[in-house]
Each structure stands twice: as structure tokens, then as C-alpha cells.
Write a protein of this length. Structure first.
Length: 277
């Protein structure tokens, strides 16, 4: 149980992200990007939904969690692969798709959309060699899997993070990371997906190589519905409450606010224009 006192939404906003604050400007920039993604997905009949802290924010605050500085969406892997095909032709010039095919220093098994009108430095320093370093939103593919097989996949990529985290020679370390990445994508993950098909899979988890294996159930996700988020109706799972409680417990209870920590060390804006201003 949290010891955080009961605070109104306006009190939380004034404490963490008042209008004009750096965090609020970051949130509005992420919202701009999300609305572009939403338009593309709607036109191409690609299913996606708000997830993780973004989904908690929608249900608890009808927008961003006041102290949140990232934005997450999820989709099934087939939709994800389709999205990666259409995004390069559909994105405006101020946005960029970032994955292992567009950025040689990117070694994650999910994609990001990047804002080219800003630059941030993350606290974990994993982004130090990336080509695109603007404000971002994460796009996570989900797959039907046996949970234990997903955990096997997690372990096969864990060494990449260690190599990069402890690197004293980034050029050499990046070559090692790319070899591990390629071996997993070409060999390990196809084998694990084959085993999932043979053995059957009743749950949905983050895609192979993504280090989150909380199970979801398709009956909680589909058919998608919508919920208010920063003044817009955006896709959420059918039973988002049940899904969130299965992962986070009582997500409606505020956490200990003294433990709130940002993802970014430094953030700069090159263009202050926002459709939400």
C-alpha cells in the first residue's frame, strides 16, 4: 500500500508537469507523434493500443501520468511487421522510424518513432551511439508464446546489454552486439517460434528478445475499444482494467512519489511548435 497522500489531478499536474514545463513540452511532443501514428494505423487498418504506463495514465488520469516521460504502444507481431513496411513512406519529415535496419547502433527488438526536432540523453546511456536521439515513443510487438520460451529468448539477448553497458571500446562492442543480435534474429528466435507453434501458446507476451514477459490474454485485448487520452479517443484493450490488474495489481493507487525517476538526463528542443500548444 502506498503512503502517498491523496492528491487531485490538478495538484499532481502542478507538482510534476505544469503547462510550459520541460516535461509537459516533452509529453505534448510525444502526443503529436502518437496522433501521427494513430492516423497511419487507422488508414492502413493496423491494430495498436496504448500500453504499460501510458495505458495506466489513460485510465487513471485520462492522459499522461503526470510524471511520465515516455509513451508505449503495443500491437500483434503481424500488425507490427506491416507497420514497419508503411512507416517509411508515411512519416512526416520531422519524424523518423528507428529500428535495426535504419540505425546501425540500434540493437533492440522493438521499434521507436523519433522526433527530429529535439534531442535527449537517456540515463542508461544505451543511446550514446544512436543516429536518432530525439524524443521517442516505443512500439512493442506482441506474440503468442509459451512464457518459458520467451524467458529463454530474453536470456539469449542479455549478453548484448552487458557488453554495451560495460563497453570501453564502443566500435568493437557494437560489432559484438550486432553479431549477437543477428544470430538471435536469424537462428534462435525462428527456432523458439517454431516450438511455440508446435507446443501451442495460450498467452500473449512481448515479442522475442524484449525483456518483459508479463502474460496477457487475447480476450482482454480484443476487440479493441477507445478511451480518453489528452483530449483524444485512442485505442485501448477491451478489458484494460483486468489486463492492468494482472500485471501491476492496484494500478489506480498512486505509487510512492519519492521514487519517481526520469528516463532522460538532458533534453533540448530545436523547434517549439506543437499542434497541442
Amino acid at each position: 500500500m502506498s503512503n502517498t497522500p491523496t492528491l487531485t489531478h490538478e495538484e499532481l499536474r502542478q507538482r510534476f508537469n505544469p503547462d510550459g514545463s520541460l516535461l509537459r513540452r516533452q509529453q505534448l511532443r510525444m502526443l503529436d507523434m502518437l496522433l501521427v501514428l494513430d492516423d497511419i494505423c487507422q488508414r492502413h487498418h493496423i491494430r495498436y493500443w496504448l500500453s504499460s504506463g501510458t495505458l495506466i495514465g489513460a485510465l487513471r488520469h485520462e492522459g499522461f501520468i503526470p510524471w511520465d516521460d515516455d509513451l508505449d504502444v503495443e500491437m500483434m507481431r503481424n500488425d507490427y511487421l506491416q507497420l514497419l513496411k508503411v512507416l517509411p513512406q508515411e512519416l512526416p519529415d520531422w519524424m523518423a522510424l528507428q529500428d535495426d535496419t535504419t540505425d546501425p547502433a540500434y540493437f533492440f527488438f522493438y521499434a521507436k518513432l523519433r522526433d527530429r526536432r529535439s534531442r535527449l540523453e537517456e540515463t542508461n546511456n544505451y543511446d550514446r551511439q544512436l543516429r536518432e536521439r530525439g524524443i521517442y515513443i516505443d512500439i512493442f510487438p506482441l506474440e503468442r508464446q509459451r512464457r518459458w520460451l520467451h524467458i529463454v529468448g530474453e536470456k539469449t539477448v542479455g549478453h548484448m546489454y552487458k557488453v554495451w553497458r560495460t563497453s570501453t571500446d564502443d566500435a568493437r562492442s557494437l560489432r559484438t552486439v550486432r553479431r549477437i543480435f543477428g544470430f538471435n534474429r536469424r537462428v534462435v528466435f525462428p527456432v523458439l517460434r517454431f516450438l511455440c507453434r508446435v507446443l501451442g501458446a495460450k498467452v500473449v507476451t512481448s515479442g522475442m528478445g524484449i525483456p518483459f514477459h508479463n502474460p496477457r490474454y487475447e480476450q482482454d485485448i480484443f476487440p479493441l475499444t477507445t478511451h480518453a487520452f489528452e483530449g483524444h479517443q485512442l485505442p485501448v484493450p477491451k478489458d484494460a482494467d483486468h489486463l492492468l490488474r494482472g500485471i501491476y495489481g492496484d494500478y489506480l493507487q498512486l505509487p510512492d512519489l519519492s521514487g519517481v525517476a526520469p528516463h532522460a538526463n538532458k533534453l533540448e528542443f530545436y523547434d517549439e511548435t506543437s499542434s497541442q500548444d
